[in-house]
Design a protein around this ligand. Sequence first.
Ligand code: N7H
Length: 420
Amino acid sequence: HLNLDNIQGDILIGMRKRAELFFFFHISNTVQFKSKLKSVILPLVTSTADLLDVSSQPTTAVNIAFSQTGLNILNIHDSLNDIPFSGGQFNDASNLGDLTTNWNNIVATLASLKSKLGSSISEIYSLQGAARPGNQEGHEHFGYLDGISNPAVQGFQSPLPGQAVVPTGEILVGESGDNVTRPAWAKDGSFLVFRQLKQLVPEFNKFLTDNPIRAPGLTQQQGSDLLGARMIGRWKSGAPVFLAPTVDNPALGADPNRNNDFTYGLPGQTTGNLTDQTNCPFSAHIRKTRPRADLGLPEKNNHHIVRGGIPYGPEVTPLESFFHKTQFERGLAFVSYQSNIANGFQFLQQKWADNSKFIHAGVGLDPIIGAAQGAQRAVTGLDLTNLSRPITLTTDFVVSRGGEYFFSPSLSAISNTLSA
Ligand code: N7H
């Protein structure tokens, strides 16, 4: 039984946000901050229970999370026993395939702000996220519907067809299924991974235009749309290519009872180790990051994350489309929650998306988020007419601009342990 008054609201259900401001700050006065954490911040922090009850739902929700540096400054020296977290994301960048020359120079900004005294915090950086306008609401910048498939936490949400059901401890620290030793105050918190992922939208569209899949009966435009859908594993409407293999099916995409109801297995198939990628490439972004029956049935995958990101940056301008070149930065303010970073986000990025041999030799990297420090990447399975033909991606369409690993503590930890 989960204590929903104690768990911050963004972790399990998300704040259903149309806009979100990410505010990164340095604690410059520990004593003052600890007291403000209790008197000013804690009363504003939105719990899971606050969000569930429509009558108490706030119009503006607030959540807070701390990096290892932040906990150190608060004089919290207990180890949370999560190696990527304690090292910080910058030290993990090479494991994730990032080219750190693309990282925003947050560190230099931090240094200059550190010199400012007199207030308890100083802003380091902020990023404004916002839902895209009009009928693109809920779609990320490449145009694909997002937020369809997140795991249901056992005993909290009842799953929709095809939704993964995970032990509470796969997302929340100290709950059943999290077997790492933690300080007692960490229970009901969750590690928050933040990444600013720039998306090169006009370049992505040009790539689709230049490389249509020439399947019988498809126009050139349909062939380009099919290539994009196979890179992701879903059409722009959200319809999975596994169930709609050649053209989009918007009614399927919009139906929560059907749009996630597949395993990549054929009807009647009850075991894993699947060998077929006709309908959905092994390399497709959603198959790389959640292989479903590829690892056995029922789903034998203990690498789930709850995603809660939001797009940032402006819409593509006519000039950017015309020249197929990004001029204004846009992308995804990626957020994921998990009880263990090495098992969650880091595993998905490093062991699956960036690994050309997952799930079989020759599959190649994830065509959307796979990265090898900027090097070109070959991907197979995308061309329906020749599944072993490698397609080489000479540019990354998603570029990491940096991020950090945070811990999103329970409300009682904020009140009793972190504040004063
Ligand atoms: Fe992905 N995209 O628009 O292409 N993602 N993602 N992601 N992603 C998903 O199923 C996208 C990123 C996962 O349960 C959809 O809700 C983009 C990272 C997982 O079947 C779309 C970026 C990581 C799933 C996108 C990005 C993941 C998923 C389909 C970066 C982890 C669920 C919508 C800019 C390391 C898989 C949906 C499942 C789905 C896109 C990043 C992981 C459209 C543009 C960094 C686990």
